[in-house]
Design a binder for this molecule. Structure first.
Ligand SMILES: Cc1cc2nc3c(=O)[nH]c(=O)nc-3n(C[C@H](O)[C@H](O)[C@H](O)COP(=O)(O)O)c2cc1C
Length: 372
């Protein structure tokens, strides 16, 4: 199989055994109070043993009061550190490195009093409160504290969620940031929150501890963030020493439009965006988006669109994707059907994911675990 896919790779001081990443995938397996359940540990044990080089654990919230979405796991207080340590450990025992994604929902928090750069409501939710400079500082400190907890718990690195329209992306976007102060208006101002945040986190965790960034290359909305501005931001993040840029696109207002549903059914559907970002940064770039087969991954490397590949639904559908690829058995990969959206439908309703591609015994195992 591909010499590139199974080459060792370095993300700052973290060595990956290959270039296959499990990108964050919210499963809604956490307990109602945001703590880690036995289903979470079992799921990530499997993912750590799947043969990927790195598992990036799904987004965890840095502020339980202002960033809630049912069943998200918390990384907002020190009492969760022992459980986080168990989670990092089960992943690493399987042979993968372990990172965790940290996140603030901003206007996407499913609470009565969300806060955001500007009072632009999400869907039919309430208009968020415009964040004051003091609140901005508090939130940046919450990201820093969460990153330090990840480090203390034994994660090999941390990923800041700057995509899918969450808080850093809300500041960057001209559609959701209507501020008149030095956090709004020009691109330079809209980039300020994300750049301050990355800088503060990097300073706190130290220069060798990898801080990756989930990167929004395009909001896929006419009045939203476009690739040309995103590339400028990528260059600035690169200067700050991010460990990688994990490129994605779209947000809840654009994901479910007819043309984007059709696009997301195609193999490698965001690889061109990763390629555009890769041209302007020195940091490693991760491409994601229905990289269904080892051959599809190979095409991304051949076109120089990314340094690593990210799998989410395709890995869920077949946790043996990497092992089968390594053994030249790509044809035996259990496919994630392009027209299936069961996992997305479930998490949007805050219900735990039972993948439609799983066999009966795996479905039964997780249904049992989730009862407890
Ligand atoms: C159910 C589900 C949950 C997801 N949760 C996250 C998340 O927590 N953080 C994130 O950055 N991306 C998340 N994603 C996006 C994936 O990481 C990935 O970029 C996207 O699904 C495309 O890859 P795929 O075609 O292999 O699924 C999620 C995707 C799905 C389907």
């Amino acid at each position: 199989m591909s010499s590139v896919l199974f080459e060792e790779c370095k993300l700052q001081n973290c060595i990956l055994k290959n270039r296959i990443i499990m990108t964050p995938t919210f499963m809604a397996y956490g307990n109602e109070d945001g703590t880690i359940s036995s289903a979470v540990l079992e799921h990530y044990r499997d993912m750590g043993a799947s043969g990927v080089g790195l598992v990036v654990v799904e987004n965890m919230i840095i502020d339980n009061k202002r960033s809630r979405f049912g069943r998200l796991m918390r990384i907002d207080t020190d009492d969760v550190i022992p459980d986080l340590a168990k989670l990092a450990d089960v992943i690493k025992k399987g042979g993968a490195a372990a990172f965790v994604q940290i996140n603030h929902g901003g206007r996407y928090a499913f609470i009565t009093n969300p806060m955001a750069p500007s009072p632009v409501p999400a869907f039919d939710g309430p208009a968020p409160e415009e964040m004051s400079p003091a609140q901005i500082e508090t939130v940046i400190n919450q990201y820093v504290a969460a990153a330090l907890r990840a480090k203390l718990a034994g994660f090999d690195g941390v990923e800041i969620h700057g995509a899918t329209g969450y808080l850093p992306a809300q500041f960057l976007s001209p559609r959701t940031n209507k501020r008149n102060d030095h956090y709004g208006g020009s691109l330079e101002n809209r980039m300020r929150f994300g750049l301050q945040l990355v800088q503060k986190v990097r300073e706190a965790v130290g220069p060798d501890y990898p801080v990756g960034y989930r990167f929004m290359a395009d909001e896929w909305l006419e009045d939203g963030l476009q690739l040309d501005e995103a590339k400028v931001y990528a260059g600035e993040l690169d200067k700050l020493g991010v460990a990688y840029l994990s490129v994605t696109a779209g947000l809840y207002e654009s994901f479910f439009t007819e043309d984007k549903i059709a696009l997301s059914r195609q193999e490698n559907y965001m690889a061109d965006l990763a390629g555009a970002v890769k041209k302007v940064v020195a940091a490693p770039v991760i491409a994601a988006g229905r990289i269904a087969t080892p051959d599809a991954a190979e095409r991304i490397f051949n076109a120089n669109q990314a340094d690593l590949i990210g799998l989410s639904r395709v890995l869920l559908a077949d946790p043996q994707w990497p092992l089968k690829a390594q053994e030249g058995r790509g044809g035996e990969i259990n496919p994630c059907r392009a027209d299936c959206d069961v996992c997305i439908q479930l998490v949007m309703r805050q219900k735990p994911v039972i993948c439609a591609a799983w066999d009966g015994s795996r479905k039964k195992r997780f249904n049992e675990l989730l009862k407890n």
